[in-house]
Design a protein around this ligand. Structure first.
Ligand SMILES: Cc1cc2nc3c(=O)[nH]c(=O)nc-3n(C[C@H](O)[C@H](O)[C@H](O)COP(=O)(O)OP(=O)(O)OC[C@H]3O[C@@H](n4cnc5c(N)ncnc54)[C@H](O)[C@@H]3O)c2cc1C
Length: 391
């Protein structure tokens, strides 16, 4: 049986989930992260945990705070042209639901759990080199020291070393650039509804997403050429009030403390491995945030990579390593397809974009089916809330 050791680049949801899983199996691993603790735990991004993510955190004993401080998510409301309807998606999916808990809090629990289990995590310690020319990959850290590993997990995001080091031709990237972008915001204001609101408006999509009792995330579809400077707070609130408007409903506003332009980009790398390096999470794929999938896919990747590495450590059978990609890719494309369909159900096509009027009609048909077809909603609910956690 081979004894293996793993170096994990990046302490985001993907890297820390993998670290926790390997640590619990007794597989030696080191996590290196360029941010210090404060920077790492200050990154407010996702907040909707799929059902399988919640079940995994429970399985590894890191769900207590999430269950105590977060809450299950039930209703999702769709608004368009002055009309609206609300779906109780768990009731179409045997009661399974998302759980609302901010990503930085998930990362905090994963980090605490890893450290409490004796995990070796090096914060404020960027990887600056990844040499794959020898029999074992070698990672060079910013302080000049090196780590030699049997395997490297590149869980270091889109611009990390894991993806950048892939030899030419080793990986094929499938990409798509969308014709709009999102201005994404966090505001200190309680949610104006106890659920997610997606609004389609002639000037573009607006989203109201839950984060906590005091913080709400908002998204606005904006033209690709806009910058944050084009959007002072009063313009943002005016637009959110207009696009989310519904008779009898009031949007509560408050100070905006985070304002970013999100390029709407989709990418999948196939395979998610070259030699002894595996790409995990955003390093392997980028998905538009419309369906709340990015963090959940990252965690699901880590779960599968842990399984594959454990199988290899137990048997020495190297053919099992290729299963990481072959088993993850269908799930990733399913999520891409769902997020793509959701975006094209709620966004307004820019003037002059090809076939805009026809596509807008398709969009109305999707919304109509969501409102009137149980079969359509059941499929939507299963995709939105996500698949079950494997045994
Ligand atoms: C505004 C916003 C909203 C989002 N909303 C959602 C949502 O609702 N639901 C959802 O599921 N997803 C959402 N996402 C996507 C989600 O946040 C990402 O998919 C998720 O963070 C991916 O996790 P990861 O671990 O793969 O990568 P990351 O979280 O990016 O972690 C990678 C880590 O690697 C570190 N790193 C990079 N380079 C190096 C290096 N050279 N050396 C050492 N460390 C390095 C980085 O500092 C980082 O900590 C959102 C994203 C954004 C930006």
């Amino acid at each position: 049986m081979p004894q293996i050791n793993v170096v994990i680049l990046g302490a985001g949801p993907a890297g820390l989930t993998l670290g926790n899983l390997l640590q619990r199996r007794g597989v030696p691993c080191t996590v290196v992260e360029k941010f210090d603790r404060e920077q790492l735990l200050g990154r407010a991004r996702a907040g909707m945990l799929e059902y399988r993510t919640v079940e995994l955190l429970k399985r590894i004993g890191l769900a207590d705070r999430m269950l105590a401080e977060g809450h299950p998510h039930s209703q999702t409301e769709f608004r368009s042209a002055g009309a609206s309807f609300c779906l109780d998606l768990p009731s179409y999916y045997e009661g399974r639901s998302h759980h609302i808990f901010p990503q930085q809090e998930v990362v905090r629990d994963l980090l605490d759990g890893f450290e409490a289990a004796g995990g070796d995590v090096r914060l404020g310690c960027a990887a600056v080199g990844l040499d794959i020319s020898g029999p074992q990959p070698v990672v060079t850290l910013a302080d000049g020291s090196t780590l030699t590993a049997d395997f490297v997990a590149g869980a270091d995001g889109t611009y990390g070393l894991g993806r950048a080091t892939a030899p030419p031709g080793a990986i094929r990237e499938f990409t798509m650039q969308h014709e709009f972008q999102w201005l994404t915001l966090l505001a200190t204001t309680p949610p104006s509804a106890g659920w997610t609101v997606y609004a389609q408006h002639e000037r573009g999509f607006a989203g109201h997403l839950l984060r906590s009792d005091t913080v709400t995330r908002f998204h606005l579809q904006v033209p690709v050429e806009d910058t944050v400077d084009d959007w002072p707070d009063d313009r943002i609130w005016a637009e959110l009030h207009a696009r989310l408007a519904k008779p009898g409903w009031t949007l509560s506003d408050g100070p905006i403390f985070s304002k970013n332009m999100l390029e709407m980009q989709s990418r999948v790398s196939e395979p998610m491995q070259y030699g002894k390096v595996f790409l995990v999470g955003d390093a392997a794929h980028i998905i538009t945030p419309s369906g709340g999938k990015g963090m959940n896919l990252a965690i699901a990747d880590a779960l599968e990579l842990d399984r594959v590495l454990a199988a290899y450590a137990a048997t020495g059978d190297a053919t099992v390593l290729a299963e990481y990609s072959t088993r993850r890719i269908p799930d990733i494309w399913r999520a891409q397809e769902f997020s793509h369909a959701l975006i094209h159900m709620m966004h307004t096509y820019p003037e002059g974009s090809p076939d805009a009027a026809f596509r807008q009609k398709l969009q109305q048909s999707r919304l109509w089916q969501l409102e009137h077809s149980d079969a359509y909603v059941r499929s939507f609910a299963a995709s939105f809330v996500g698949p079950l956690l494997p045994d």
